[in-house]
Design a protein around this ligand. Structure first.
Ligand SMILES: *Cc1c(COP(=O)(O)O)cnc(C)c1O
Length: 384
């Protein structure tokens, strides 16, 4: 049997045709396919603006700049995430800190957030931006986080990299009902892919306009936005220090084509999850908990081992030896050497650390077959 990865893309002939069509057209970068892809995202999510960029990391960075995050400001996120959710704060010269997670959902714990905010208010160190991460595709408790954002005066960027196609309170994640901005990732292990890619979503016209300008060097070609009188059709103005974070039209065409398949992808992930739940019941494992107000997009299926000390390393090793490429999400960001050098230490976020010590992500992707899944379950059963 070929090794089974923990995640992988599903590219159809239609997806390929969409990319090839762009290659034969006049536009290779940021052309008509970008607009189509952005429209498919705003329509799906029920949000006003979508700004496609070349990664979710870029989307997080632009979101932070658009909110005015800078030196002397603070950004808080969770330790249980990919490093990009925290790095975006450092890019802007802000200080980064973390809020511990809930032991059931593995998402930002609103109670831990409230407790930390109360202390920060006393110390005069309130954050400007908080970045909740919808871990594994399950939405955070956004109503609670939004209530705190109003009470303590911070902005919210949802890192929804895992949560394309997920729902919260019956509505699509990415609609920004409880946030200022949200970002998706289109990396190949995520729910839909553009190879590399990301998007900024927002209902705020001003933030959208700023993010759009920053995506392309901080330059505008729109005569109504110019400070000087345009001397001719060649004229453009740079208004801010932006970047080249543009997505190519090939990528956007792939993304737009994949968006037609999003609901099918999620449906298949749900079937596989239901099967894992059924087949793994009764083993010495903690299976994923689902919050009744959130419908996960199931980017990841994470189990926790319950055996004594370092049972996880053993399980991980034996699964890998059997050709099952399990993974671990995530090494708490504050335990990374780079963050330790900034002053963080083990023991600061005990829930995220204890979760990390026993977590394993099992293979989950739309083209995973039941036969492969049976092999994963059988191997896990034997190892335990
Ligand atoms: C994948 C991921 C990112 C970064 O996405 P890229 O598109 O690879 O830049 C950020 N945050 C989280 C939670 C992710 O899983």
């Amino acid at each position: 049997m070929r090794p089974i990865p923990y995640g992988r893309q599903d590219i159809s002939q239609k997806d390929i045709d969409a990319v090839v069509e762009v290659l034969r057209s006049d536009w290779l970068t940021q052309g008509p396919a970008i607009e189509r892809f952005e429209d498919s995202l705003t329509t799906y999510c029920g949000v006003k603006h979508a700004i496609a960029v070349n990664s979710a990391t870029a989307a997080l960075h632009l979101s932070c700049i658009a909110l005015g995050l800078g030196r002397g400001d603070r950004l808080w996120t969770v330790p249980n995430t990919f490093v990009a959710s925290a790095n975006c704060g450092l890019y802007c010269g802000a200080e980064v800190d973390f809020v511990d997670i809930d032991s059931r959902t593995y998402n930002m714990d609103p109670e831990a957030l409230r407790a930390k905010l109360i202390l920060a208010r006393q110390a005069g160190t309130l954050p400007k931006v908080v970045v909740p991460v919808h871990f594994a595709g399950q939405s955070c408790d956004m109503a609670a986080i939004r209530a705190l954002s109003r009470e303590f005066g911070f902005s919210v960027i949802e890192d929804a990299s895992h949560a394309v196609g997920a729902r919260y309170q019956g509505r699509p994640v990415g609609n920004c009902q409880y946030s200022d901005l949200a970002v998706f990732s289109f990396h190949p292990v995520k729910i839909v892919t553009t190879g590399e890619g990301g998007v900024v979503l927002t209902n705020d016209d001003r933030l959208a306009e700023f993010a759009r300008m920053l995506r392309s060097h901080g330059i505008t070609r729109n005569p109504t936005q110019m400070e000087g009188k345009p001397p001719g059709g060649w004229y453009y103005e740079q208004h801010a220090l932006g970047y080249n974070y543009r997505m190519t039209d090939m990528q956007a065409a792939l993304g737009a084509s994949q968006m037609y398949r999003l609901d099918a992808f999620i449906g298949r992930r749900r079937e596989l999850v239901a099967r894992y739940d059924r087949l793994l019941t009764g083993l010495r494992l903690i299976l994923p908990y689902q919050d009744p107000v959130a419908e996960s997009s199931w980017h990841l299926y994470v189990i926790q081992t319950r055996s004594s000390k370092d049972g996880r390393a053993e399980v991980f090793c034996r699964m890998r030896e059997a050709g099952i490429l399990v993974n671990v999400h995530y090494i708490p960001v504050h335990m990374q050497p780079y963050y330790r050098r900034l002053g963080f230490a083990e023991g600061q976020f005990p829930v995220a650390e204890s979760y990390y010590a026993s977590a394993i992500s099992l293979p989950l992707f739309p083209t995973l077959t039941e036969q492969q899944q049976d092999h994963v379950v059988g191997t896990l059963r034997a190892v335990l």
